[in-house]
Design a protein around this ligand. Structure first.
Ligand SMILES: Cc1cc2nc3c(=O)[nH]c(=O)nc-3n(C[C@H](O)[C@H](O)[C@H](O)COP(=O)(O)OP(=O)(O)OC[C@H]3O[C@@H](n4cnc5c(N)ncnc54)[C@H](O)[C@@H]3O)c2cc1C
Length: 510
């Protein structure tokens, strides 16, 4: 056993950076190989209309014991619980009456709670092909709503697709429980994840070697010799430029979508059960489109008081199954939109953030392929997509300069191989053992102990945090703990018994 083992981490996203932090604190030497020219992975910001915005995550899911919430507080990150008025736009393009919109919203949230409970209690017996949408349909039939109200409720429910990154007709009801998050509110990270990322990266940036533009293409990890535990064993990692790096242990944080396309990078081949798990768990398609205007034209003020005060301005808009927006007939075109003018100062901005998902998101990403972000073709294509929606908002006038976009930006995670050509893991119909699959992804089917290759990343997180920044952070801690355990680093000692899903006390930094 080397006294100071050299650990290679593939990927400088949240999971890799947190893993590096814990390993460094416990005395390991750490080198990170990162495919991009920056840290953060899916946590990334860019400017739109002079404001910094998040291209990946911009929510913190749940407050109970959530380390990302604690990091937000420690870094004076502005977070915001966007409670407030919603605007629902009907299929025909009209603003839905407030009382009716509230009825649909209450139905959706109540049924979501019921679906979590049902999935938790009946996971074993729910048929694998039963979807979350089936559940909504069944529940709406039990109400005494009119047919028009039922249709509106189902249209509103479909927008849950923006949470899972795919249409809810594809969301497994059986494993919907795996979408349940940490208790407490969801907070929008108004000043972006920038300072949270910088904080998590501090140890890695000062005490680890980080090689940027080093995409890993091959990992050679022969089995450790069983009869000679003290014998030298190394994992060789090869980058696209054919450079070899040798490590005592390697942590792979590449996204699930990358693993799906690159299982042949591992030599010898990964165990069959691990390959099945990689193949089984699905990968979502959430994208964002930001559009900025000279002024937040949808904000109104009342002149009835002196000085004029803002009215209750909308926070969210939901565009339900729009027949007024041209689109391919077989693709759901509903959209959820957040009004960033409702953020607290100094983060408020005259910007709409559209969440688009599934085949619609794929269609938009494809339509932007090869276009320069500054080109007029890029802007025109995005305006063609967005205008039918923002033109339905209160205060819109086609001739008003305030209603003409000044900046536009769309994400293209599906075209990004280092993001796994998608957004984050989700659980689609057809899955029979998704919970076991996740446990296998976490444990790496034993290849850590056997060959020195460990796995981290949001798809290996504890169940309550799968697909989130919190989950990525915890998964990095867990992989570091596994290595500390195996190498006798920290105060855990070799082979201490632990629950593999959770980070462990006894290792410095946790
Ligand atoms: C559009 C979108 C919205 C989201 N919204 C939220 C949200 O609101 N709240 C939330 O909690 N989560 C959200 N998420 C999920 C969250 O971003 C992820 O769970 C988290 O950032 C994943 O971190 P990670 O370290 O597991 O992976 P990553 O951040 O993807 O890090 C992996 C790293 O590995 C690198 N890499 C990949 N392949 C290679 C290779 N072959 N060689 C070397 N390096 C490689 C990548 O470049 C990357 O830096 C969102 C994600 C997306 C895409």
């Amino acid at each position: 056993m080397a006294t100071r083992p050299h650990i290679g981490i593939i990927g400088a996203g949240l999971s890799g950076l947190r893993c590096a932090d814990i390993l460094i604190q416990n005395g390991a030497r750490v080198t990170i190989l990162e495919a991009r020219d920056r840290i953060g992975g899916r946590v990334h910001q860019d400017e739109v209309g002079g404001h910094l915005v998040d291209l990946g995550p911009n929510w913190i899911h749940g407050t109970g014991q959530n380390p990302i919430m604690a990091l937000a507080e420690a870094t004076q990150t502005v977070t915001h619980d966007p409670e407030g008025a919603n605007v629902a736009i009907s299929r025909q393009g009209h603003v839905v009456d407030d009382a009716l919109a509230m009825k649909a919203s209450e139905f959706m949230w109540t049924t979501i709670e019921e679906a979590f409970e049902y999935s938790n209690q009946h996971a074993e017996s729910i048929p694998a092909d039963r979807s979350l949408f089936d559940f909504f349909q069944e529940r709406v039939q039990r109400t005494d709503f009119t047919p028009a109200e039922k249709e509106l409720c189902l249209d509103a429910c479909k927008l849950w697709g923006a949470y899972v990154g795919d249409p809810i007709e594809r969301q497994s009801l059986r494993f919907f429980c795996l979408e349940e998050c940490i208790d407490g509110n969801n907070y929008f990270v108004a000043s972006t994840y920038k300072h949270i990322l910088e904080h998590v990266a501090k140890a890695a940036q000062t005490q680890a070697g980080i090689f940027f533009n080093h995409p890993v293409v091959r990992i050679d990890a022969p089995p450790r010799p069983k009869d000679q535990p003290q014998a030298q064993h190394q994992v060789t990692v090869t980058t696209a430029s054919e450079t070899n790096h040798h490590f005592d242990e390697v942590v792979v944080t590449c996204p699930l979508g990358w693993l799906k396309r690159n299982t042949d990078a591992f030599h010898p081949q990964l165990p069959e059960r691990l390959l099945q798990a990689v193949n089984n768990i699905s990968y979502g398609r959430l994208e964002k489109v930001y559009v900025t205007f000279p002024r937040a034209f949808w904000q109104t003020t009342t002149t009835e008081t002196r000085p004029p005060k803002p009215r209750t301005n909308p926070v969210f808009a939901q565009f339900l199954d729009p027949i007024y927006a041209p689109h391919p007939p077989h693709i759901q075109w509903n959209q959820e939109c957040l009004f960033l003018a409702a953020l607290p100062d100094p983060c408020a901005q005259p910007t709409l953030l559209f969440y688009t998902y599934g085949p619609c998101a794929t269609h938009i990403v494809d339509s932007l392929a090869g276009l320069d972000l500054e080109s007029s073709a890029y802007k025109t294509r995005l305006i063609d997509f967005l205008a039918p929606f923002y033109a339905r908002l209160p205060g819109y006038s086609a001739s008003a300069p305030d209603c003409t976009p000044t900046a536009l930006l769309a994400t293209r995670w599906q075209a990004d191989p280092y993001a796994g050509n998608g957004s984050y893991c989700n659980f689609q119909v057809g899955l029979t053992h998704a919970d076991r699959d996740i446990e296998v992804l976490r444990s790496g089917a034993g290849v850590g102990a056997e060959r020195g290759v460990w796995f981290a990343g949001e798809h290996t997180a504890p169940f309550v945090a799968l697909g989130t920044t919190t989950g990525a952070y915890w998964s990095g801690e867990r992989a570091a703990t596994q290595i500390c355990c195996a190498r006798g680093l920290g105060s855990l000692g070799v082979g201490a018994a632990r629950d593999d899903s959770l980070p462990s006390a006894g290792v410095k930094g946790i």
